[in-house]
Design a binder for this molecule. Structure first.
Ligand code: ZN
Length: 277
């Protein structure tokens, strides 16, 4: 699933492709992707004549800003946007097509069909699901060590599932949580409230640094992720533990192992990340 760096990369490439384009028509081949309004026809009718003025991101969600509406789109497992000329053939995995006045089309393709789109009147998107209960952005000034500490100290859950909880902080998924915990030297099964102030400070910084370095590299291409221009990310080359089971830890040479934490496959270096001293 794309995480913050991949969604941010998609946002940037998409913005360079579709800003200023006016929607002439919308074709919906798999209506279940449209979560609101309830009727896909209402979604289509609202969008006709609207121009895309900007594309934002909140956590792992893309937000298309139009004249009167905001469209919130989640790619989930395999969703992808691509801009194409209207005569280019498309396959059965293309579920929504936004046709522009200039003869190009923004096509949403999703092999797994898990992606979602919500359309709101502009300004209402942040106060409704799916955005309303999201925690702070990791790059925002709200995401301080004090804030993180306040969230960690009141839970007896393990640190990894807490960091994956989008109401605590947004944008982190299974790749970057394993990387940030490795870089902070924290075992993913530590109880969140057992982390001391110094550890929380380091952890917050490693979350921010890992995500921002991944954004700079265009995200990580694991499995099928590509940006909206069909390009791979390069951060997978910088990963320390994710997907590295059986390889030598880049810091100490110990073999990276895979565990299951909170039901998720989890990679650690048992020497760099100790559960007990
Ligand atoms: Zn190590």
């Amino acid at each position: 699933m794309p995480e913050l760096p991949e969604v941010e990369t998609v946002r940037r490439t998409l913005e360079s492709l579709v800003i200023g384009k006016e929607i002439k028509d919308v074709s919906i081949f798999w209506p279940n992707i449209i979560k609101s309004p309830a009727q896909p026809e209402q979604f289509r009718d609202a969008l006709i004549g609207q121009t895309i003025h900007g594309i934002g991101r909140r956590g792992k969600f893309l937000i298309f800003y139009l004249d009167d509406y905001a469209m919130v789109s989640h790619l989930r497992m395999e969703g992808k946007y691509a801009l194409q000329e209207k005569d280019t053939p498309y396959d059965k995995h293309t579920h929504v097509i936004f046709s522009f006045r200039d003869g190009t089309e923004l096509r949403y393709r999703d092999v797994r069909k898990f992606g979602t789109m919500h359309l709101f009147s502009k300004g209402e998107e942040e106060s409704q699901q799916p955005l309303m209960h999201l925690g702070p952005e990791p790059f925002s000034k709200e995401f301080t060590a004090e804030y993180l500490s306040s969230r960690l100290l009141k839970t007896s859950r393990k640190i990894k599932p807490v960091l994956l909880d989008q109401s605590v902080v947004v944008g982190i998924g299974n790749i970057y949580v394993d990387e940030a915990l490795f870089r902070a030297g924290i075992h993913p099964e530590r109880i969140a409230s057992s982390l001391n102030e110094a550890e929380i400070k380091v952890l917050r910084q490693e979350i921010v640094d890992t995500l921002s370095q991944a954004v700079e590299k265009g995200g990580s291409t694991i499995r099928t992720y590509l940006n909206s221009q069909g390009e791979m990310g390069m951060f997978q080359l910088e990963l320390y533990v994710y997907g590295k089971k059986g390889e030598a830890c880049k810091r100490c040479g110990t073999e990276v192992v895979k565990l299951t934490v909170g039901g998720r496959g989890t990679h650690i270096c048992p020497s760099c990340q100790k559960l007990h001293d």
